[in-house]
Each structure stands twice: as structure tokens, then as C-alpha cells.
Design a protein around this ligand. Structure first.
Ligand SMILES: [Zn+2]
Length: 336
């Protein structure tokens, strides 16, 4: 896949990891089970796909050639020695059946290449039975099989899987590197905010640039401020937000609260999740005392737990906003 291979050379922050992977090949020490750990949206999938193609290529240089019969099959998505194991759909898990069917395919010799490559693009989505059925393969792999597992949440993988994989930690690039690359992709408006909303991951920020997420977040922030100043009804705002997605709004509120704590306790140059809201968040933080800031943060974390369960989502947000709306006046009453 020429385009994909080229993409790796173009993602500058992946270069050291690419060199590491190619060094495995050069020294004939390719790990049979490799776990790539790193945030969502930094290009782990591109890195692993390019590595798979490089291993299967019949005439590779630094990268796969893109034109040999193996590369052509790879590009067409029909290479018989390349397996991608994913959940059957959004919100689903990787099942034991798909792992068993993989294992039975691996019992045959490679068709075409020296290696067979298996990629789990989101390994943490394996259910326990699937993970257990994979253990023996990880423990006694065929020499020609290379298993690449990708995850942004290694803590969600069973210890039995973690202990059987060699790890490669892929770091989130520094903001200057990510920002430079995003400008090269013609993202200039709201760049800092997009990068913050994408948790520093350039590909995530690029995807967000194609949405109206910054406008949505700004509208939500303005409403949240108005609720604090008791200019808006918390119940009405909660109803609007329920349509936007309670998890998303709660995550934003969490970053605003963490930023307020940072601004209240650290110097002005504290690194923030929302650098564009610095002045506004500072002025809000000044209207609350430390105890209030921390109890607000606690409340948000408790609500996040509630949202992951069976709770009525709109009611959770409503309760939060009612508390938020009373905070400024609570402070005033204390003072006088
Ligand atoms: Zn090739």
C-alpha cells in the first residue's frame, strides 16, 4: 500500500518507532507478539500496517516497495498471510469465535510470504474468553507468525496477555511537532484548541477539524458560565446538553475544572487542557475557594462513574448543574 507506507514517512513523530521496527528486521529479532501502546490518534495503526506490509514485501528497501505481487495483494486487502482481528461492530467486543477462527488459519503454513502477520487494532476490546483462547498462541507461537496488538488502554488488557508481549510505547508528540504538522495539513483555525480537545494527538485533532466540535464546546462553555452566574436555568441547559451527549459534556466540564484547579494553585504559565479559555477560567476560579474547587471536581468524577452505569443521564447532568449554579452564592453567603 504505497499511500500508507508513504504516510509513515510523512508522520514525523513516528520516525524513531519506524527505525526501531526496521531494526528488529535487520537484526532478525522480530518480536512474535508486540504490543504498541499509545494514545488514540497518534498513528499506531499506520505504523503497524506499514510494518506488516514491509514484512510481507518481496523486495523491500526501508519501506515496502508498493509494487511487488505481495504489496499488490496487500493494497487490495486480499493478502492471504495478513489478518486483522476487530470487533464485529461499534461497541462490540472481539469474541472467542474470531480468535478461534484465526488460530485455525494460523495452523496452516504461510501461503505467500515468509511471515504471517496478525494485527489487533484495538486489543483491549478482546473479551476475557477471547483473550484466554489466544494465550497458547502467544506462548508457543509459530516462528513465522508475528502478532501486533495496538492499544490506548493497556490497563484494560489481562495481565496474562501483557506478560506475553514485548512492548513498544509510542509517545504523543510535543505540541510544537503536532502543531507544525497540522499547519502543513492546512489546519490553522483553532489549532491549539483542536489539539487540546484531541488530547495532543495530531490525527485526532485533524479529524476534529472536520467537525464543528470547537463551536459546540464554546457554546457549552458559555452556557456553563451563564449557569454559574445564575443567568440560565440549569434544568433547561441539562435538557439541551442531553441531546449533545452527556459523556462529551462531562468530559469537557472535567477539563475546565482541572484547569481551574491548576490556575488556582500554580503559576500563570500552567499547562492547560483549554489554553484558549485561560483568562475566562482564571476569573471563574477566583470566585471559588479551594475547597469548593475540589468538591466540584469530586462531584464531576462521581458523575462520570454514574454515567458509566445505569443512571438517568439527563438527571445526572441536571443535578450537577444545580450544584454548580449554587456555588457562587454559597461563597457569597460564607463571606457575609
Ligand atoms: Zn513490495
Amino acid at each position: 500500500m504505497a499511500a500508507q507506507t508513504e504516510a509513515v514517512t510523512l508522520l514525523p513523530w513516528l520516525a524513531p518507532y519506524w527505525r526501531q521496527l526496521v531494526a528488529y528486521i535487520a537484526h532478525d529479532r522480530i518480536p512474535q507478539a508486540l504490543l504498541l501502546i499509545g494514545a488514540a490518534g497518534i498513528g499506531k495503526d499506520r505504523l503497524s500496517t506499514a510494518f506488516a506490509q514491509r514484512l510481507l514485501c518481496k523486495q523491500p528497501a526501508d519501506f515496502a516497495c508498493g509494487s511487488c505481487p505481495s504489496c499488490i495483494l496487500f493494497t487490495a486487502g486480499t493478502h492471504p498471510d495478513y489478518f486483522v482481528i476487530e470487533p464485529a461492530g461499534q461497541g462490540k467486543r472481539i469474541t472467542v469465535d474470531s480468535v478461534r477462527s484465526l488460530i485455525s488459519s494460523l495452523s496452516l503454513k504461510p501461503h505467500y510470504a515468509r511471515h504471517r502477520i496478525v494485527i489487533f487494532p484495538s486489543a483491549h476490546q478482546m473479551n476475557i474468553a477471547a483473550a484466554n483462547s489466544l494465550l497458547k498462541t502467544l506462548e508457543e507461537p509459530d516462528e513465522d507468525t508475528v502478532i501486533l496488538m495496538l492499544t490506548d488502554t493497556p490497563s484494560a488488557l489481562p495481565a496474562t496477555i501483557l506478560s506475553r508481549c514485548q512492548r513498544l510505547n509510542v509517545a504523543t508528540p510535543p505540541p510544537e511537532v503536532a502543531g507544525k504538522w497540522l499547519r502543513e495539513q492546512r489546519v490553522s483555525e483553532n489549532l491549539e484548541t483542536l489539539l487540546a480537545l484531541g488530547h495532543g494527538a495530531p490525527l485526532a485533532a485533524l479529524a476534529l477539524a472536520k467537525t464543528d466540535v470547537v463551536e459546540q464546546r464554546n457554546r457549552a462553555y458559555a452556557a456553563w458560565r451563564s449557569v454559574f452566574r445564575q443567568l440560565e436555568d440549569p434544568v433547561a441547559i441539562a435538557a439541551t446538553w442531553a441531546q449533545l451527549g452527556c459523556e462529551q459534556i462531562l468530559d469537557w466540564m472535567l477539563t475546565w475544572a482541572v484547569d481551574m484547579v491548576r490556575l488556582a494553585s500554580a503559576a500563570d504559565h500552567a499547562a492547560l487542557y483549554n489554553p484558549d479559555l485561560r483568562d475566562s477560567l482564571r476569573s471563574l476560579a477566583r470566585q471559588l475557594d479551594r475547597a469548593q474547587l475540589f468538591s466540584w471536581l469530586d462531584l464531576l468524577y462521581q458523575s462520570k462513574k454514574l454515567l458509566s452505569g445505569q443512571a438517568n443521564r439527563q438527571l445526572v447532568i441536571e443535578n450537577l448543574l444545580i450544584r454548580w449554579s449554587g456555588m457562587a452564592s454559597a461563597r457569597t453567603q460564607q463571606r457575609y
